[in-house]
Design a protein around this ligand. Structure first.
Ligand SMILES: [Zn+2]
Length: 335
């Protein structure tokens, strides 16, 4: 009887099995009869050997086909357990969901940042989260293929400029990297499992050492040269809340100014040109230079604020005054 054998196998025992473990899946739904099972059943042989014999399993006298991979509860298991097929499948699914986000994420008239982030988390991140405890064991270069999805999603939701540093996107959105997200979910799973000593996965999981989860903060602390780090040295501060309800255009403009990457200052990267210099004082043309430093804009600046660093500017000055200053200079539309 094959059914009890199938039920006995769980994902943890598969992952911890050194070789020669077999996963048998039913393609859709539970079979009602044995003949029903036969057409819906596939077998995947997990092994790392070069010379091997495929298992000869039979159901009702008929051989069960052995495949290189099979989808089981939404996760594609391949015979080497490297999960590259699952990552490809996941990427395709998420790219479709990202298109929906693009439709409503226009930087002038699109939905607001909070709604877009919620949409991103619901439509895309949930897909990346599902099964991450299982496929997270894949090699780093395989998992890295999913990072652009995460970055694109955040970029669309924040309305950030395309050249924005990835770490700045994380800090702005209050989102960890996918690697840290997978780590967090794994921790959640471990904590839940800790309370269930009779769970078959309990023994397998607690053999592995736990990593330090303060990694996210440490990672950001090491980003001293990042432009956003000066504005947001401590993660978790909701600076973006100051622009809430003021319209999509202002939200995206403020996000780009905080990150330090705007069309005005960084589009040279996309056009493959040299970095622009300020026509008035011959300094590098950066967000900090426009907002704080340029002596030529001093008189205009004084009309709106007299702050000398970006940290205080984004905390103490009313956002409408920053916008007013930029409009006065005639550059607000190019943010
Ligand atoms: Zn200047």
């Amino acid at each position: 009887m094959i059914l009890p054998f199938t039920l006995r196998i769980n994902t943890c025992s598969i992952l911890s099995a050194p070789s020669n473990c077999v996963l048998i899946t039913f393609k859709s739904g539970s079979p009602r009869t044995v003949s029903d099972s036969r057409s819906k059943t596939t077998c995947v042989h997990f092994h790392r050997q070069r010379i091997y014999t495929e298992p000869a399993l039979h159901l009702d006298g008929q051989p069960i086909p052995v495949n290189g991979e099979a989808k089981f509860l939404g996760v594609v298991f391949d015979s080497k357990l490297n999960f590259s097929s699952h990552v490809k499948y996941l990427k395709k699914k998420c790219l479709k969901a990202l298109n929906l986000l693009r439709v409503v994420g226009h930087t002038d008239w699109g939905a607001d940042r909070a709604t877009l982030l919620k949409l991103y988390r619901t439509l895309v991140r949930s897909k990346l989260d599902y099964g991450s405890v299982i496929y997270g064991s894949a090699k780093k270069h395989v998992l890295r293929a999913l990072d652009p999805i995460h970055h694109q999603g955040l970029c669309i939701a924040l309305g950030a400029f395309r050249t924005s540093p990835i770490k700045s996107l994380y800090a702005e959105a209050g989102e960890p990297s996918l690697e840290h997200r997978r780590m967090k979910l794994a921790f959640n799973y471990v904590l839940k499992l800790k309370s269930l000593p009779r769970n078959p996965c309990h023994e397998v999981v607690f053999e592995a050492p736990l990593s330090d989860f303060s990694a996210v903060t440490k990672d950001w602390d090491a980003e001293g040269a990042n432009k956003l780090h000066e504005v947001l040295p401590n993660l978790g501060e909701d600076l973006h809340r100051r622009g809430e309800g003021a319209g999509r255009k202002l939200e995206t403009a403020m996000c780009r100014l905080r990150v330090g990457h705007t069309w005005l200052t960084q589009s040279y990267l996309l056009k493959n040109e040299d970095q622009p210099f300020c026509y008035a004082c011959d300094s590098l043309y950066t967000v900090q230079h426009i907002l704080i430093e340029c002596p030529d804009f001093q008189d205009t600046r004084k009309k709106y604020f007299s702050i000398t660093d970006l940290y205080r500017l984004f905390r103490e000055v009313d956002l409408s005054r920053i916008v007013g200053y930029l409009k006065d200079l005639g550059v607000y539309g190019k943010i």
